[in-house]
Design a protein around this ligand. Structure first.
Ligand code: NAD
Length: 267
């Protein structure tokens, strides 16, 4: 028996799923157990990502893959509508879920944790697998204790639907847990153009820039007496999430229960 971690990739034909397939095929500690996507049936998983043929065809039947492929972990980057069902199915078959798909409710997370505990396996749901972005959030929260005056600016491509980004909201939440209550700026301040000061969150502002050509960036700017501090993370491509995905796949083998948020893996 090989001691490699056997991984099923769900959402294999998607932008993130293809990066995960490349990671699994190119990493000596991981092995592709199956590749699942509802819309890329009968394609070889290796060929799908421009690598050598693997003999593993992308299938549309996740349940059969879970039942038959002797997998250790399911990595899922699909759509919010399928993510809960896919995760619950993996747990049912004793396959540890590592989920990047967004959109879980707190009730669903609680329920999936219960299912993982019952099965005696680990699970991970991480809305952000970027180790750099997680560090940025942690450093920003640390700085906010000493610099309570701050603004967040996040940059994404112009086709992004939601603003501010999930990462900006998460940053704001983590900052708010430690920052002393303070409403920034001049109380008499007036906007002559609506929105000029950005979105209001617990006394500070969040600005969302949307431009073609941009992938994902965020900076937190702190102002103090006679000084300022900027903490910035730049993400250039989806491959940047893969070190986090690999770390998640390895970690999930070693505990029981569901962990929500990659930040719990980073001291
Ligand atoms: P995408 O649209 O490129 O790919 C999604 C793929 O999932 C498609 O190929 C689709 O056919 C497939 N799919 C849909 N339903 C399925 C099902 N029930 N079973 C199997 N396959 C199914 O999307 P993407 O950009 O790869 O993003 C996927 C998800 O990952 C989104 O929810 C996105 O928000 C999230 N995401 C998370 C992170 C993170 O760090 N956690 C990073 C980027 C994207």
């Amino acid at each position: 028996m090989s001691d490699k971690i056997r991984v099923i990739v769900s959402g294999a034909g998607g932008r993130m799923g293809k990066e995960v397939i490349k990671l699994v095929l190119q990493d000596e500690e991981l092995e592709l157990a199956a590749a699942v996507d509802r819309s890329t049936m009968d394609t070889d998983a290796g060929r799908l990502v421009g690598l050598e043929e693997t003999g593993i065809l992308v299938t549309s039947n996740l349940e059969a893959a879970l039942a038959e492929s002797n997998a250790d972990v399911l990595v899922d980057f699909t759509i919010p509508q399928s993510a809960y069902e896919n995760t619950a199915l993996a747990i049912k078959y004793g396959v540890r879920p590592v989920i990047g798909t967004t959109g879980f409710t707190p009730e669903q997370i609680k329920e999936l944790d219960k299912q993982c505990q019952e099965q005696g396996i680990g699970g991970l749901i991480a809305p952000n697998f970027s180790i750099g972005a997680i560090l940025m959030m942690k450093f920003a929260a640390q700085a906010a204790k000493y610099f309570p005056h701050l603004e967040i600016i996040e940059y994404h491509g112009d086709q992004k639907l939601d603003a501010p980004s999930g990462t900006a909201i998460k940053t704001a939440e983590m900052i708010s847990e430690v920052r002393k209550e303070l409403r920034q700026g001049n109380p008499q301040e007036e906007e002559t153009i609506e929105g000029a000061r950005g979105g209001y969150y617990n006394g500070f502002r969040i600005h969302s820039v949307r431009l073609p050509g941009v992938f994902a960036q965020e900076e937190v700017i702190f102002g103090g007496y006679g000084q300022s501090l900027k903490i910035r993370h730049d993400s250039y491509e989806r491959a940047g999430y893969m070190p986090g995905v690999k770390m998640g796949v390895q970690k999930v083998m070693g505990y029981t229960g569901l962990i929500y948020g990659f930040e719990h893996f980073i001291d």
